[in-house]
Design a protein around this ligand. Structure first.
Ligand SMILES: CC(C)(COP(=O)(O)OP(=O)(O)OC[C@H]1O[C@@H](n2cnc3c(N)ncnc32)[C@H](O)[C@@H]1OP(=O)(O)O)[C@@H](O)C(=O)NCCC(=O)NCCS
Length: 223
């Protein structure tokens, strides 16, 4: 029997719990444990051992022969920072693309390293998804969509065709974005929004139709 490649998950939050469910369904990796700097080493979370913190990653990867790491952090900015830290600590490590078996990915789609496509999501033909993106449960990026690195679609969001979403921008729960809309980087579209115009970098907008609420800093929490 072929031995599955060992994988470490960085993070132990509810998002990690959701990713573990996808990993179990995929059965393509052997999750050897979780990395979390805030939980005691040796404790258990979601049925897996906490093997250490981020500072232990390099030693853990070497000890367990790990070449696959997934970063399970829901916040886009924090996920970007953590993937950079992991790359620095373990230069040879691979960030696999995780696609739930129930997701539908059309032809001609490009998906960057470490991106995650959750159950029942749809990605339309010709779409380009950068590294570290998150397309959450039942989200839909229609044809020729673009997502910059570490951008996210929350559960139940829908875009029309040719929508472009900048790096680290987050589209909130259940929002809808009209076709051919462009959204800048580090912008948050609040949950339940109807987006019918373009938005620049670094703003919070919400409502139906979505209105400018304020500017935001790149590392401001939004979840
Ligand atoms: C937009 C968001 C970032 C909050 O922005 P904020 O300006 O910090 O908002 P606050 O929480 O301080 O609330 C300020 C006011 O805006 C309202 N508000 C917040 N988000 C709203 C939204 N999406 N639509 C309408 N009103 C909203 C609040 O009810 C509050 O109203 P009040 O002043 O009458 O009490 C947040 O509400 C949001 O939508 N985050 C994304 C959540 C999400 O998609 N999660 C996915 C999990 S996978």
């Amino acid at each position: 029997m072929t031995k599955l490649p060992p994988l470490l998950l960085v993070g132990a939050s509810g998002h990690a719990h959701a990713l573990l469910a996808v990993l179990q369904r995929l059965a393509a990796y052997r999750v050897i444990g979780l990395i979390d700097s805030f939980l005691p080493q040796g404790s258990h979370c979601h049925g897996y051992p906490i093997l250490g913190g981020v500072d232990d990653l390099s030693e853990l990867c070497e000890r367990h022969g790990v070449s696959h790491v997934l970063v399970a952090i829901g916040d886009n900015y924090q996920r970007d920072v953590m993937m950079a830290k992991v790359s620095q600590a373990c230069p040879g490590v691979d960030f696999p693309v995780l696609i739930d078996p129930s997701a539908v990915i059309a032809h001609g789609v490009s998906i960057g390293a470490g991106s995650i496509i959750m159950p029942l999501a749809y990605v339309g033909p010709g779409s380009i998804i950068g590294m570290g993106c998150l397309l959450n449960t039942r989200s839909s990026l229609d044809h020729d969509g673009r997502m910059g690195a570490f951008a996210s679609l929350a559960p139940g969001t829908t875009t029309g065709g040719n929508v472009s979403i900048g790096a680290r921008s987050a589209i909130g729960l259940g929002s809808a974005i009209r076709h051919r809309i462009t959204i800048g980087s580090d912008t948050v579209i609040g949950m339940g929004s109807l987006v019918i115009s373009d938005w620049p970098d670094g703003v919070v907008v919400y409502g139906a139709p979505a209105r400018l609420i304020r500017t935001r800093l790149v590392d401001e929490p939004y979840l």
